[in-house]
Design a protein around this ligand. Structure first.
Ligand code: BGC
Length: 712
């Protein structure tokens, strides 16, 4: 449909019809205008797969058997692949499955910055680094939208905690906003060309994000030229006039009084009374029609989509394999060589626990989910006897998605305490028994794998964690098991960084995986047994102590009614590196079963940047993949700068002894920072170095470059 036709269509719509198009008329859809061929717009969560079908006017599941879907690796897993092609393929799966279920908009990806290890929704987000977020979000969005499904990048913006999420007022300086919190969204709009975006629940500088004039009108529309639709988070609107005026298209909420939404009857009345311009409503309707047009909902041929195809499952296995991070591998304990061996001990509830149906709105009704223990059985067959002991127990009922939690999600708006588990004498005794059983098993087995970590009782929407500790007595469990069997392999499964200090020095091998989708346990088994070489890299730092984390070091997480991001741009590794705070596992870290050598760095000045090239070789015996990371180091002479900032990366596959030449182009933006005095990007006079390495700490090559001070 041409633009003029859309304008003609708008002229034919009554005010009531237009109002019907801009707010929820069911918990996941708007109203169409049948007489003019305008369909309703159907949305669905979320980032890890298309959510199960719910009733139209409440949050109870329909309970049918036709809504099982593919369960994707969470964004926190996908980001650890550092693989743009896989992000695109994962996007294709999500977009195609959304279409397969008749949805128009998939409420994904979540790309908020991981500011604290404690945020309950970290698992839905990608990284502490804006460059990695931007680079992974763009192909993911493109992948979704290639399937005639709209991505909905969320939550715009500075939505970095769950405590008081509906109202907390985030105060963040302009520099940190521009350098840390916005680049992922900016890239999603400008490069990813996302067709929709979701406003965040929280306030930003005293105004709710869903109708925040600075974020939506100034930055999103004017500066970035966004011409798609902004959708509110469910219940994120608080004011009819602001919502009408400040660049939001669709109001969604959690209650069934659809006509009472701010952008329903109240808006209709104010327009009729001449208090709100009808032209603002027309603008929203135009943006919605443009969106529908892009999705071929108004004319043309629309892709049909599909669910649960074999190809999807294969893609998700590939993603899952690359998302697993080998953190430590002393004495080459891994991969486990079970040739000729008959026994294997598996310990820890996360070996058997299924995670798909938990976490909040991201929960998925998975067609299947392969647990690590099942994965091991699939890979080992019947000749190895696997004995399992749980070692610890979670409180089962909390980790399954609670039916209908969302209908009351606005009522407990006040403040949910960060989650801390209860420990009484009975709990302690039960734990002790589980530990004894596990230790006895570990003692009489040569090969032991212990699966520990978190689950969606902790990695959960609406609630932050109280600390970084492993719950359910797991520290004691791991300590005791390592005491009796020092070769035990520790696998940590969690959607956020956790405290590994209790065992990280003692354990010889540690593997990390976030919630890794339906093939996650299969992928882990293949890696543990050496059928696949690990190639994941951490997308977020594992600090040693909570107090070391920037937001916590200044007492600004979770704040109170207001939270001030006083750490500014020093988020994640920018803080640890600059302030020389030792961490357990740094950003970008991840080992392989082979080794890589870097050489021949060359940096050539070009008119608008630097051409960087180097050679990387596989010096080991097995094929593997390495993620080469390029950081810019500024000494911060004139303006404080992080010691290193990720500016480019590339993942390469190398056969044994193979060497590849890699090239990167660093534009001047790579050297820039945002000046609050001048309100613009500048390249300050400074000493700059280009550092190339295998993690933020493992820099293999570096070279100083002369960069002229300039405005960008
Ligand atoms: C979440 C969103 C989600 C929406 C719809 C809200 O609680 O914050 O991320 O898309 O619900 O389920």
């Amino acid at each position: 449909m041409e633009m003029y036709e859309i304008d003609e269509l708008i002229k034919k719509l009554t005010l009531e019809e237009k109002i019907g198009m801009i707010h929820g008329q069911g918990i996941f859809h708007t109203k169409g205008v049948e007489r003019l061929g305008v369909p309703p717009l159907w949305m669905s969560d979320g980032p890890m797969g298309v959510r199960k079908e719910l009733q139209d006017d409440n949050w109870n599941p329909k309970g049918t058997t036709e809504d099982f879907v593919s369960y994707l690796p969470s964004n926190s897993a996908l980001a650890c692949t550092w693989n743009r092609e896989l992000a695109k393929e994962a996007g294709n799966v999500l977009g195609e499955e959304a279409r397969g279920r008749g949805k128009d908009v998939i409420l994904a990806p979540g790309i908020n910055v991981i500011r604290s290890p404690l945020c309950g929704r970290n698992f839905e987000y990608m990284s502490e680094d804006p460059c990695l977020i931007a680079e992974m979000a763009v192909p993911l969005i493109q992948g979704i939208q290639q399937q005639d499904t709209a991505a909905c990048v969320k939550h715009f913006a500075v939505n970095n905690q769950e405590t008081r999420r509906l109202d907390v007022d985030v105060q963040v300086g302009e520099r940190a906003l521009r350098e840390i919190y916005l680049p992922g969204f900016e890239a999603s709009v400008k490069k990813g060309k996302t067709w929709t975006l979701m406003g965040a629940y929280n306030q930003f500088r005293g105004e709710h994000c869903c109708h925040n004039s600075y974020l939506l009108k100034e930055i999103l529309r004017k500066e970035w030229g966004f011409d798609g639709a902004v959708i509110s988070d469910w219940g994120g609107i608080h004011d009819t006039r602001q919502a009408a005026e400040n660049g939001l298209e669709i109001e969604m909420s959690v209650t069934d009084c659809f006509d009472q939404y701010y952008m329903a009857q109240p808006l209709l009345e104010q327009v009729k009374a001449g208090e709100i311009k009808e032209a603002w409503i027309d603008e929203k309707v135009r943006n919605i029609l443009v969106l529908m047009n892009r999705l071929h909902m108004l004319d043309g041929e629309r892709k049909p989509g599909t669910c649960n195809s074999r190809e999807h499952q294969e893609t998700l296995l590939n993603c899952a394999q690359e998302a697993v991070v080998l953190l430590k591998n002393e004495e080459n304990i891994l991969p486990l060589d079970l040739k000729g061996k008959k026994r294997l001990a598996v310990i820890g509830e996360n070996a058997v626990k299924l995670h798909a149906n938990g976490g909040g709105s991201a929960a998925v009704k998975a067609l299947y989910e392969i647990s690590p223990l099942l994965g091991l059985r699939m890979e080992l067959g019947g000749n190895v006897e696997i004995t399992y002991a749980p070692g610890y127990a979670s409180s089962q009922e909390n980790t399954e998605e609670k039916e209908n939690w969302q209908s009351s999600s606005l009522e407990d708006r006040a403040y949910k305490e960060s989650y801390r588990e209860k420990e009484d004498d009975a709990v302690k005794a039960a734990r002790e028994a589980l530990i004894e059983e596990a230790a006895a098993l570990a003692e009489n087995h040569e090969d032991v794998i212990l699966f520990c970590g978190l689950n969606h009782e902790f990695d959960l929407e609406g609630q932050d964690r109280a600390d970084m500790k492993l719950p359910y007595g797991q520290e004691e469990l791991i300590r005791r098991v390592l005491e009796v069997n020092e070769n035990t392999v520790i696998v940590v499964l969690a959607g956020s960084p956790v405290d590994l200090e209790a065992f990280a020095d003692q354990a010889k091998a540690i593997v990390y995986s976030s919630y890794n989708g339906m093939e996650g346990g299969h992928a882990l088994a293949k890696i543990l047994l050496g059928k696949v070489n690990p190639s994941g890299k951490l997308a977020y730092t594992f600090p040693k102590r909570l107090e070391d984390c920037p937001a916590h070091s200044i007492g600004e997480f979770p704040g109170s009614d207001t939270v001030s991001y006083g750490e500014g741009i020093f988020v994640g590794y920018r803080h640890y590196e600059t302030r020389q705070i030792p961490v357990r596992y740094c950003f970008g870290h991840g080992l392989s079963y082979t080794s890589f050598a870097y050489r021949d760095l060359s940096v050539e000045k070009r008119e608008n940047g630097f051409q960087v090239s180097l050679k990387v070789s596989n010096t080991g015996e097995r094929e593997g993949k390495e993620t080469v990371q390029v950081y810019v180091k500024a000494s911060g002479k004139t303006i404080p700068r992080p010691v290193k900032e990720l500016r480019a990366f590339s993942k390469v596959r190398l056969l044994p002894k193979e060497t590849r030449q890699l090239s990167f182009f660093l534009e001047m933006q790579a050297f820039s920072c945002y000046s609050e005095e001048e309100n613009r990007w500048i390249v300050p006079k400074d000493r700059y170095e280009i550092c190339v390495g295998s993690s933020v700490q493992d820099i293999r090559l570096q070279q100083e470059v002369h960069v002229a001070a300039q405005y960008l």
